[in-house]
Design a protein around this ligand. Structure first.
Ligand SMILES: Cc1cc2nc3c(=O)[nH]c(=O)nc-3n(C[C@H](O)[C@H](O)[C@H](O)COP(=O)(O)OP(=O)(O)OC[C@H]3O[C@@H](n4cnc5c(N)ncnc54)[C@H](O)[C@@H]3O)c2cc1C
Length: 420
């Protein structure tokens, strides 16, 4: 509980999974919390992502070789990773910083900081779901990487070895026959797979609905369709947020606006280097031969998530700025990819076609740090491809940094100071 003398009203700007988890741990610590969202709570990138809570995903996008594979996409029409040349030119600093980090040393440094959030979050999800009776189709059966070709399967052995050696993250290697037995929904003849048994998955939209129920039960106010446009400042602190529907005052603030975070850079007194990384998903009923495991088809960068109540194909990464058009050829990449691996890849009717903007930093790490301009505004944004997987630990850390206890994770790697 926060002490009686502690000023205890908090405004959380942004009701995605990161803001919702921050609100949860703040409310549990005794703060009076209001969430303010420009749209609807849980309706942005946290709505229809693939639902993996995956401690196995410790490596950032910036890995040795990633520059070359990114450059190639400038000349390929239908690559899972796509970069628009105009976006590169307008954001050259971001892409150059990304390129500079595509080396083993930076990859490992980022990986360890990612892992701290992932491991803590995985444990906290178990606790949160149990404590609050959250029904979000949570299943902790692991995540299965599937390889179509022996060449890619063999090549992945290097990544497996690196993950074991550097991150103590083992996988169960499955030869072709063993894989076919474990996952009968796969077409015959897959080369092999790797099963990450500590990973879990859930249905993201159900999680957000359930988090809202829990938050409202804890007295958290949720204000929707209420865009924050700035702050009312006094003596190096924020007193209130300006919204299009009036000011909302508080003693402390959290900025968890995902891919939109840089739009308030001037107010925050810093440059948050986030690019929207657009990804797509298609949600359907469960096909007749539905996979039992969540699957990643590495060669085609397609992910498949079986839920108790449905089935989702997702992924692809496009750096296209804040482009909000639904690109049908990106959606087709998902279904075409799934057809190569699954006996029964599509079910009808399609229930939702969706895209979301992942908040991408060039080093793969989120920003969890106070604004240099306002000492009581804590930024928690830039969770890249792993916002769901890192949300609970981020939320707990946010509450701790706002005074609810000693940080359970060292926040230094997520500081704004790393950008100089
Ligand atoms: C296809 C796809 C698949 C993915 N799969 C996974 C996965 O399996 N596992 C995983 O861990 N991650 C996954 N991700 C990434 C994950 O979805 C994101 O990292 C995560 O949702 C980011 O959460 P957030 O709360 O930071 O942002 P968001 O969910 O985008 O929330 C930000 C909120 O801030 C609000 N906002 C913005 N500006 C303002 C403002 N000025 N005033 C008020 N409100 C504002 C927005 O309306 C929004 O509701 C996936 C992403 C995609 C696109």
């Amino acid at each position: 509980m926060c002490g009686e003398e502690m000023s205890n009203r908090v405004v959380v700007v942004g009701g995605g999974v990161v803001g919702a988890c921050a609100a949860y741990y703040l409310a549990r610590a005794g703060f009076a919390v209001t969430i303010v969202d420009r749209g609807n709570f849980g309706a942005a990138c946290s709505h229809a992502n693939c639902g993996y809570v995956c401690p196995s995903h410790v490596l950032p996008l910036a890995t040795p070789g990633a520059v070359w594979s990114t450059l190639k996409t400038l000349f390929q029409r239908n690559s899972p990773l796509k970069v628009r040349p105009g976006v590169v030119l307008r954001n050259l600093g971001w892409f150059l910083s990304f390129a500079r980090r595509c080396n083993k040393r930076d990859m490992l440094t980022a990986g360890h900081a990612i892992q701290a959030l992932l491991n803590s979050s995985r444990t906290l999800y178990d606790e949160l779901i149990l404590a609050e009776h959250i029904e979000c189709e949570w299943e902790a059966k692991g995540l299965l990487f599937v390889f179509q070709t022996p060449r890619h399967f063999d090549h992945y052995a290097h990544a497996d070895e690196l993950l074991r050696r550097e991150f103590a993250m083992p996988a169960r290697r499955l030869e072709s026959a063993e894989l076919a037995t474990l996952e009968p929904a796969l077409k015959p003849g897959m080369a092999g797979g790797y099963l990450y048994e500590s990973d879990a998955h859930l249905r993201p939209d159900r999680l957000m609905l359930e988090l809202r129920r829990v938050l409202v039960g804890l007295g958290v106010e949720v204000r929707e369709n209420c865009e924050v446009t700035g702050f009312v400042r006094e003596n190096g602190k924020a007193k209130a947020v300006h919204t299009k529907r009036g000011d909302i005052s508080a003693d402390r603030f959290v900025l968890s606006t995902g891919a939109w975070a840089p739009l308030l850079n001037r107010e925050l007194g810093c440059r948050i280097p986030i690019q929207p990384g657009k990804g797509y998903s298609v949600t359907m009923p469960r096909p007749t031969v539905c996979p039992t495991y969540p699957l990643i088809f590495e060669e085609h960068r397609v992910a498949v998530t079986p839920f108790a109540s449905g089935y989702r194909i997702g992924s692809t990464m496009e750096f296209a700025g804040y482009d909000d058009t639904m690109n049908r050829s990106r959606l087709a990449l998902l279904t075409d990819g799934a057809k190569l691996y699954l006996k029964d890849p599509i079910a009808n009717p399609v229930q939702e076609e969706w895209f979301g903007w992942r908040p991408m930093t060039f080093d793969g790490l989120p920003v969890i740090d106070f604004s240099p301009a306002m000492g009581n505004v804590l930024i928690a944004a830039g969770h890249n491809m792993l916002g769901l997987s890192m949300a609970t630990a981020t939320g707990k850390l946010v509450a701790e940094m706002h005074g609810a206890g000693t940080p359970h994770i060292d926040p230094t790697p997520y500081s704004l100071k790393r950008f100089g």
